[in-house]
Design a protein around this ligand. Structure first.
Ligand code: HEM
Length: 241
């Protein structure tokens, strides 16, 4: 396609080149913003579960009891999985893929905690640090999904101590799609397989170092290696012994 207005005719709609270019930019943005972040979250969740067998077992028991009777967990079963949702929240608390939200610029002068902030100041919100701050979170470094069980704290932008999707007008438009995707993927990984660490590794040996990915998503620096054990196959084999 060149810059001249190329018209691609379909039966019902005319797409001009400009419109196509606009769509490409939008899709590119959605892909960059949406794919890495969701994949990183599933990866972090599996790493945390492998390090915390108690949580892994509790999440698996829930998924296997309340969902996936036909072999796979389906989207309409996700709302039954309250503990799994807490696992996802806890993963996003400790490992928010967008550690610094999109930058903001102040429009007017204001004062906060004794500091004067002038108009046109660039503001970066460090959600990673906030969601590990012991002033707001008990045992902040611990992976403990139960902390959300009797709590109204959610990631929808109303609770400033927990903003993995940001807040306000520029908050993540993909939040609902993202949480559904992550929950569904995780539920199926937990439903279909048991997970072992390779080479006699222990959970504490898993390297949890972070690195900024291509789209500045904070991902796990080294690959996570886990061995899936087909649970249906294994129970058949156990039965045959
Ligand atoms: C676990 C997955 C995801 C996380 C943690 C996440 C997080 C974020 C964060 C923190 C921001 C900046 C918000 C702010 O500064 O207030 C953002 C922006 C954005 N996200 Fe997500 N996101 C995820 C998945 C997705 C998905 C699946 C899509 C789309 C399919 C998406 C599309 C976008 C877009 C287009 C923006 C830019 C919004 C703007 O500029 O106004 N994200 N996301």
């Amino acid at each position: 396609l060149s810059d001249s207005p190329v018209i691609i005719k379909t039966r019902t709609i005319d797409f001009s080149y400009t419109y196509l270019r606009f769509l490409c930019v939008v899709y590119q943005d959605l892909f960059t913003a949406g794919v890495d972040t969701s994949a990183a979250t599933v990866n972090w969740a599996m790493a945390e579960l492998a390090r915390n067998p108690r949580v892994m077992k509790k999440a698996q028991d829930e998924v296997r009891t309340f969902a996936g009777k036909n072999g796979m967990v389906t989207e309409d079963e996700i709302d039954r999985l309250q503990y799994l949702k807490m696992v996802v929240k806890e993963t996003l608390r400790l490992h928010p893929p967008g550690a610094l939200l999109l930058p903001r610029e102040t429009m007017s002068h204001f004062r906060i905690n004794g500091y004067d902030v002038l108009p046109k100041t660039l503001i970066q919100i460090h959600v990673w640090a906030i969601s590990r701050d012991p002033r707001y979170w008990k045992n902040a470094e611990e992976f403990f999904p139960e902390r959300f069980s009797d709590s109204s704290i959610d990631f929808k932008g109303q609770h400033c101590e927990f903003l993995p999707f940001g807040a306000g007008r520029r908050s993540c438009p993909g939040m609902h799609l993202a949480t559904r995707t992550v929950e569904l993927a995780l539920a199926n990984l937990l439903h279909c397989f048991d997970w072992k660490l390779p080479f006699g590794m222990k959970g504490k040996d898993i390297d949890m170092e972070e690195a900024a990915g291509p789209s500045l998503t904070i991902s796990k620096k080294t690959a996570l290696h886990l061995v899936p054990v087909d649970r249906v196959q294994r129970s058949l084999e156990d039965h045959m012994k």
